[in-house]
Design a protein around this ligand. Structure first.
Ligand code: NDP
Length: 332
């Protein structure tokens, strides 16, 4: 029997990540090749015409799984009945703008979208925030949508996670699909900590630790970390535009694993509401290693954290606490 369609909201859908993301969703990359979808696309009035162009292209692509498209500049219409919300729309940092000005714009966007989602989304809607500052935007969304369970509000660090897998695969000349269990801790910013201490590579002789195979701690503790942290800037330099296809693809990975589950023995990175695990202050949206089952994520517990890692976990937590304070100061 055919499944009922799932309604997926993409905000900022006329932007470049949105343009890469909506065809992936319509092809079943996010929710599975047998899962019909109805796309809800939201953007701001200046982007309405471009949004309509995206809608026309979706119609022209004749995706068999796509059972309907809502393209609107009205947040209530966009949020009504959605089961999954991917929040890509946000105010970009423009030259000469202070950090507080960008934060203030985004805080007000996420505050108002939180109310629209809270009032109009389907019960148990799963929310993924992509727009920067992603962790803090997600926190604001959580604060202003108190009836949405905090477990349903997450932010994207899967792109950083996938970048870490990619770097290890290139360094060892192994398939990326054979590398697993890297971790991104903390903020989706350059303070994040890409950690390979628990990562392994599948070899004919079984899984081997990445540290043992790379056999170059100096590289793993410096260049590898900074390459992953700075990858977004490297892409902007090369493409003269920020990453879009990889951001869209990793947003699909995030939701797919959350809804359909992570493979046995594999964990992924998600920005989730901290419960104090690993002595990360509770009440931040912080990226942790998680496994997913039956539509719920759980933080992987009990991983040993060495002194080097501890400092990095704390540093990125401090940045998030500062961002949180700044966001709250914008609200008052
Ligand atoms: P993109 O589609 O390139 O990016 C959208 C957001 O995703 C930005 O906040 C961007 O952050 C963020 N992002 C997070 N991770 C990544 C990553 N790894 N690589 C790149 N970006 C990342 O931006 P566009 O300007 O093309 O599109 C934005 C859309 O949002 C537009 O259609 C615009 O109309 C809409 N918008 C909506 C607003 C609202 O809802 N009120 C307000 C302003 C714009 P960063 O900026 O740091 O690159």
């Amino acid at each position: 029997m055919a499944k009922d369609p799932v309604r997926v909201l993409v905000t900022g859908a006329a932007g470049q990540i949105g343009y890469a993301l909506v065809p992936m969703i319509a092809r079943g990359v996010m929710l599975g090749a047998d899962q019909p979808v109805i796309l809800h696309m939201l953007d701001i009035p200046p982007a309405a015409e471009a949004l309509n162009g995206v809608k026309m292209e979706l119609v022209d692509a004749a995706f068999p799984l796509l059972k309907g498209v809502v393209a609107t500049t009205d947040a209530v219409e966009a949020c009504t009945g959605v089961n999954v919300a991917v929040m890509v729309g946000g105010f970009p940092r423009k030259e000469g703008m202070e950090r507080k000005d960008v934060m203030s714009k985004n805080v007000s966007i996420y505050k108002s979208q939180a109310s629209a989602l809270e009032k109009h989304a389907a019960p148990n809607c799963k929310v993924l925030v992509v727009a920067n500052p992603a962790n803090t935007n997600a926190l604001i969304l959580k604060e202003f949508a108190p009836s949405i369970p905090e477990k349903n509000i997450t932010c994207l660090t899967r792109l950083d996670h996938n970048r870490a897998l990619g770097q290890i695969s290139e360094r060892l000349s192994v398939q990326v699909s054979d590398v697993k269990n890297v971790i991104i801790w903390g903020n989706h910013s350059s303070s994040q900590y890409p950690d390979v201490n628990h990562a392994t590579v599948a070899t004919p002789a079984g899984d081997k630790p990445v540290r043992e195979l790379v056999a170059d701690d100096a590289w793993l503790n410096s260049e590898f970390i900074s390459t992953v942290q700075q990858r977004g800037a490297a892409i902007i330099k090369a493409r003269k535009l920020s990453s879009a296809l990889s951001a869209a693809s990793s947003a699909c990975d995030h939701i797919r694993d959350w809804v359909l589950g992570t493979p046995e023995g594999t964990f992924v990175s998600m920005g989730v509401y901290s419960d104090g695990s690993y002595n990360v202050p509770a009440g931040l949206i912080y990226s942790f290693p998680v496994t997913c089952k039956n539509g719920e994520w759980s933080i992987v517990q009990g991983l040993p954290i060495d002194e080097f890692s501890r400092k990095k976990l704390d540093l990125t937590a401090e940045e998030l606490s500062e961002e949180k304070a700044l966001a709250y100061s914008c609200l008052t």
